[in-house]
Design a protein around this ligand. Sequence first.
Ligand code: NAD
Length: 310
Amino acid sequence: MYDFIVTGGCGFIGSHFIELILKKGFRVLNIDKMTYVSWENIGFENHPHYSFLKADISEISNLPKCDYLINFAAESFVDNSIENSEEFFRSNVNGVHNLLEHIRMKAKFDRPLFFQVSTDEVYGDIIDGVFTEEDYLKPSNPYSATKAAAEQFVYAYNRTYGIDYIITRCSNNFGCRQYPEKLIPKVIMSALAGRSMTIHGDGSYVRSWVHVEDHCEAILALVESEKRNQVYNICSGDEASNLEVVNLIYERMNIEPKLQFVENRWGQDLRYAISTNKIEKDINWKSRFKLKETIDEVIKFYKDKYEKNS
Ligand SMILES: NC(=O)c1ccc[n+]([C@@H]2O[C@H](COP(=O)([O-])OP(=O)(O)OC[C@H]3O[C@@H](n4cnc5c(N)ncnc54)[C@H](O)[C@@H]3O)[C@@H](O)[C@H]2O)c1
């Protein structure tokens, strides 16, 4: 019997969440199929409370007993989904459906809380103002469409079978161990290698950044609260355009920016912005970190890795 099953725990956010719950003394089973983004030798592999199963959530035929199932497993890179969304559908929709099916087959007292880690991208973009949890979902690209579809299955399985859930919609995360296809590690790695950084459009897309540890702490706080069958937005309100983020990184690395502006892609949202009133009011959660105050530690993580490998 595990306290937690975490899926996708060898990815960026899931691995930080596992670190957090192991520190708190929980027993965890990590189910990850190990895609190209997954990390090996993160540091918790030999922890006595940690177990690992290499498996695809859309194919598992048995779900061990646990109190909480936190589903991070997903294909998560929008650009890949624009190229081909088949794998996104399999992992992000069929995967969630399969997990929910396994939960519904269990006796009611044996069912874990199903925690779906969703994204603010399910709302689509917003030019002014912020989205609240009551707003309707209008995803702009295949990735966010699969995340929105997964949410619909979670509501339906709650209504039809009484499965308890929490859904969180978090804004863009930053921190150590993010795969360098995403903006922040990509800029750092390009700068270290002396390559130019490609900017789509004029770099004016606005994103709200949240530190990965803030995100993980919010998830654990919700699990430990009495709140169930609710949706929560999570963000820090730390908004910046892509160009501002890129320039901040070059400035902190003390490297002259080498930028190459290319044509905009379809399916990219102009601005994401969400309200966190609900999570603040319900469980008194607030983010602790700001991008400008913590970006140096992220740069150091990638710099150390780069120097070790070169
Ligand atoms: N990164 C962000 O900024 C962000 C923001 C909001 C929400 N999210 C959501 O958080 C979750 C984690 O994001 P991330 O950035 O850590 O992603 P990631 O791509 O770094 O890691 C995903 C992990 O899931 C695993 N995985 C993928 N498909 C699987 C499958 N079918 N079965 C088992 N394992 C599978 C991968 O091997 C990988 O280890 C995702 O669901 C994503 O939609 C991410």
